[in-house]
Design a protein around this ligand. Structure first.
Ligand SMILES: Cc1cc2nc3c(=O)[nH]c(=O)nc-3n(C[C@H](O)[C@H](O)[C@H](O)COP(=O)(O)OP(=O)(O)OC[C@H]3O[C@@H](n4cnc5c(N)ncnc54)[C@H](O)[C@@H]3O)c2cc1C
Length: 465
């Protein structure tokens, strides 16, 4: 129970990676900190629970990273994936700070492990959390609580008292009723609005009803909405988000990493009319996996099917659900609810267009189609060896980019151009400052850690004044 008479130095809203990094850094700067987390304790930590790794710059190989990844290379990657839609000052600040985060996060109790194998090949650029995101979170919670940070679960912020860019108090919904929490400064770390289907529908239209949400149902964007409505400047496009193709049989929320499908490059992808719609072998998978959510979203009924044959079955990490299997393509079509003749025609046209080559899934190989629209530029092999398999896929929304505008001290900026008096933001809720569009694996956690640490430090300084 929080003492209603107490005024904390800092109220952190949201207990994921960004909120924890902010709370720890603020408490280490001598501030008193309360975290309010909407979820019950078991579900604390939002999308952070599902993560596996973080992308940080480093000048040389480490015990767990296979080689250097310079600030310049990180910047070049970010520029490429966002098509230049990033705030250069904030992005360069994030990249520079990420070097130090590699050791800072270990000082907070998190442990690294060497890269996991798989199709994304991240061994040089990304550090993996020993035990995954939940172990990482548990370590941060342990450290925060040992330092004296107070945490309230089942505590959803439902209103913010903000006047002229200055935060005064928050109304928090608790099982026993509403309580008012006072603090000298606010750190908003309550995630994006990806779990708010109505908000998604406002931007995407009714098709958003068919999206699956890969992470927590608690990131409904309510805090972001309140901040924007109370004068904080918004940044980013509401339709931009990280979206991948996930198994259509996944639950509506919280299916996590094990529902992602990485076998697009090994097969054909067709829509419900059994038609191909995009080059499955356009580029190596780490550069293309994050476009397939949007591609499937553009198809009728937002459903697609990845087809492959027996020769590819063991080349990738499977989803939690077994592939649908049949001895012939026609029978497979029947199981998928597709028109058999149409699927057989699509496969035959594809097979006829495949040119001989040397298959190698580690490089952009020379196995390609000729005279086919859309082409398959690499890893094109005839689909002919029974049994035949398929995974149904839907758009899996990871997190949204529209957010609160901040400066590089993580201080929010108001729509009238002034900096907020005492309000800071970190993590998904401000990701759009760095990610105008596109994604490179592991940046979500970098944004949360770097801006979380900065927000905590700056909020503590602000509370002292
Ligand atoms: C399946 C999956 C895998 C991923 N893998 C990776 C990865 O390996 N590497 C990577 O960099 N990124 C990954 N991401 C993205 C990453 O999870 C996020 O970028 C990151 O965790 C965001 O941290 P955060 O603290 O901003 O948000 P979260 O960790 O989501 O925390 C936000 C918290 O705010 C709480 N909250 C929301 N509204 C309120 C409210 N009104 N009042 C109080 N509390 C509230 C929520 O309950 C939640 O706990 C993955 C995401 C998913 C879904």
């Amino acid at each position: 129970m929080v003492n209603p008479a107490k005024t904390f130095d800092i109220l952190v809203v949201g207990g994921g990676n960004a909120g924890l990094c902010a709370a720890i850094s603020a408490q280490r700067s001598g501030a008193s900190v309360l975290i309010v987390e909407a979820a019950p304790k078991f579900y604390r930590g939002g999308n952070t629970r599902h993560t596996r790794n973080m992308r940080c710059a480093h000048d040389r190989a480490t015990e767990i990273l296979t080689g250097p990844y310079t600030e310049q290379e990180f910047w070049d990657d970010l520029l490429r994936v966002t098509g230049g839609q990033t705030d250069e000052e904030l992005a360069r600040f994030m990249i520079r700070e990420s070097k130090d985060i590699l050791t800072w996060i270990v000082e907070q109790g998190v442990r690294w492990q060497p890269s996991l194998g798989g199709t994304l090949s991240l061994g040089r650029t990304n550090s993996f959390f020993l035990g995954g995101g939940r172990a990482m979170l548990n370590a941060l919670y342990r450290t925060a609580e040992a330092l004296g940070v107070e945490v309230l679960y089942d505590a959803e912020v439902v209103d913010l008292d903000i006047e002229g860019g200055a935060f005064r108090s928050a109304t928090v919904k608790r099982p026993e009723g509403h309580v008012r929490v006072r603090a000298k400064t606010l750190v908003a770390a309550a995630g994006g609005f990806e779990a708010n289907i109505d908000w998604l529908k406002r931007s995407w239209g009714p098709i958003a009803e068919n999206f699956l949400i890969r992470g927590t149902p608690y990131n409904r964007g309510s805090v972001l909405r309140m901040l924007i409505d109370k004068g904080v400047e918004e940044v980013g496009d509401p339709t931009q988000c990280h979206a991948v193709a996930i198994d259509a049989r996944a639950p509506k929320f919280d299916g996590g990493i094990i529902t992602r499908l990485d076998c697009v490059v090994f097969g054909l992808v067709v829509n419900k009319n059994a038609e191909r719609f995009y080059d499955e072998g356009e580029d190596i998978w780490p550069k293309r996996y994050a476009i397939w959510g949007r591609l499937v979203a553009a198809q009728p009924d937002q459903i697609a099917y990845i087809l492959f044959d027996a020769s590819s079955l063991n080349l990738f990490m499977p989803s939690l659900y077994p592939p649908i299997q049949a001895p012939t393509l026609g029978e497979l079509a029947g199981k998928l609810g597709l028109e058999a003749a149409a699927l057989e025609r699509t496969a035959a046209t594809f097979n006829d267009a495949v040119r001989p080559g040397t298959f190698d899934d580690k490089i952009l190989d020379d196995c390609r189609t000729e005279g086919l629209t859309p082409p398959k530029s690499h890893w094109a092999r005839r689909i002919e060896k029974a049994p035949f398999y398929a995974y149904p896929v839907r758009p899996g929304i990871t997190f949204t980019y529209l957010g609160a505008r901040v400066n590089k001290n993580a201080r929010m900026l108001m729509a009238d151009g002034r900096p907020a008096a005492n309000m800071f933001a970190a993590g998904e809720i401000m990701a759009g400052n760095v990610l105008g569009r596109g994604y490179a694996a592991g940046i979500g956690m970098t944004i949360g850690s770097v801006f979380g640490r900065a927000a905590g430090r700056e909020a503590a300084a602000s509370a002292r004044n």
